[in-house]
Design a protein around this ligand. Structure first.
Ligand code: ATP
Ligand code: LTN
Length: 329
């Protein structure tokens, strides 16, 4: 038996956050030995909101540089840009025709983004999950490591795979979401009731991977907590502190009991500094490598060109099979 296949991706909107890092990239790094991994930059999905073209181009490269800086070895993983493997757009269209309006209307990400971008509720935003399903199914992925917010999109992907297999015989592997509990949902530092997100309006709510150490420390010191001054994991009653514990846990691998014991008798001030330092230390080598890689545009081009070539091998095989089955010449 060959290795199991993994596929995941991140949209190239804006700067990556600690949520993207802990919820996605950092988990991928731990999977590269055991699995056959495909990691892409979902720049076609990014078109569902308005972007400045130059910024979109730069962000795409920045994300690739972050992947490598965070420890994804381009020799061991296939790192590529979604738009460069044309099979994604093609299978995306085909799957659009097998996806129901009813199921798309239930997607919380669509509802959230439609509310946020009321002036641009485009068709792509609505059919986003069909393209995401194409991303995954083209590679016959067994596992898709994502944060909790993407679980619903994985469900629709599974439904589509099963629907297609039932109609035309076994074509797609039915993938599973892989959501790591500790880092599934990192919340905002100012609003711990909603997820830390690239597109947050308050910069103090978000730690960006490229934030300088002083900035990270300042943001953690300002993080919203409660008046109890006791480090205890209770997401319902103490969302702010629990979120900080979650971040600390994802970075140090300590569980909640160990963290509670470590800070027994200590106050929020000490705890916030400890969390900030753990993040600063963890990000430091990533930031250094990132700056270096981003300078070297030729190296990045070489990686994504090779990545697309390698991705295309698998993707074109699946697409060919699909087209044969449905009668597309
Ligand atoms: P946007 O703000 O544009 O919606 P985003 O920050 O949610 O973007 P995505 O590109 O949608 O980023 O997500 C990339 C990956 O990072 C996904 O696997 C997603 O589940 C994960 N992720 C994003 N934010 C968080 C978070 N706060 N906690 C855990 N995982 C997250
Ligand atoms: N929708 C995802 C990004 C994404 C993705 C994928 C994740 C696009 N295609 C395929 C996993 C597998 C998001 O994080 N918003």
């Amino acid at each position: 038996m060959g290795k199991k296949i993994i596929l995941s991706g991140i949209q190239s909107t804006g700067k990556l956050t600690l949520g993207n890092y802990l919820g996605a990239i950092n988990n991928w790094v731990h999977m590269q030995e055991e699995y056959d991994c495909y990691y892409m930059i979902a720049n076609l999905h990014t078109l569902t909101v308005r972007n400045d073209p130059e910024e979109l181009r730069n962000n795409t490269l920045k994300i690739l540089a972050t992947y490598i800086a965070a420890g994804l070895d381009p020799e061991k993983n296939t790192l590529f840009i979604q738009s460069q493997v044309k099979e994604h757009a093609e299978l995306g269209w085909i799957l659009d025709c097998y996806t129901y309006m009813g199921e798309l209307s239930r997607m919380t990400q669509f509802k959230d983004k439609a509310a946020k971008h009321a002036d641009n509720i485009n068709a792509g935003l609505f059919t986003y999950p069909a393209l995401m399903a194409a991303d995954i199914l083209l590679y016959q992925a067994d596992l898709v490591p994502v944060g909790e917010d993407q679980r619903q999109h994985l469900e629709i992907t599974r439904d589509l795979a099963e629907r297609f297999n039932k109609l035309y015989g076994k074509t797609f592997v039915v993938p599973e979401a892989y959501v790591r509990k500790e880092s599934a949902r990192i919340m905002g530092l100012q609003d711990p009731e909603s997820k830390m997100s690239k597109s947050a309006t308050n910069p103090n709510d978000v730690i960006f991977i490229e934030d300088e150490p002083e900035v990270i420390m300042k943001k953690f010191k300002k993080a919203v907590t409660d008046s109890e001054n006791r480090i205890k994991f209770d997401p319902e009653k103490k969302p702010g502190v629990s979120n900080l514990m979650q971040i600390y846990s994802a970075i140090t691998d300590k569980n909640m009991q160990e963290i509670e014991a470590e800070f027994e008798g200590k106050g929020y001030g000490d705890f916030k500094v400890a969390v900030a330092n753990s993040v600063i230390d963890n990000l430091k080598p990533v930031q250094e490598k990132y700056k270096e890689i981003l300078q070297n545009k030729d190296y990045l081009k070489e990686i994504y060109t090779k990545g697309a070539e390698s991705a295309r091998k698998l993707a074109s095989k699946t697409l060919e099979d699909v087209k044969n089955k449905i009668g597309i010449l």
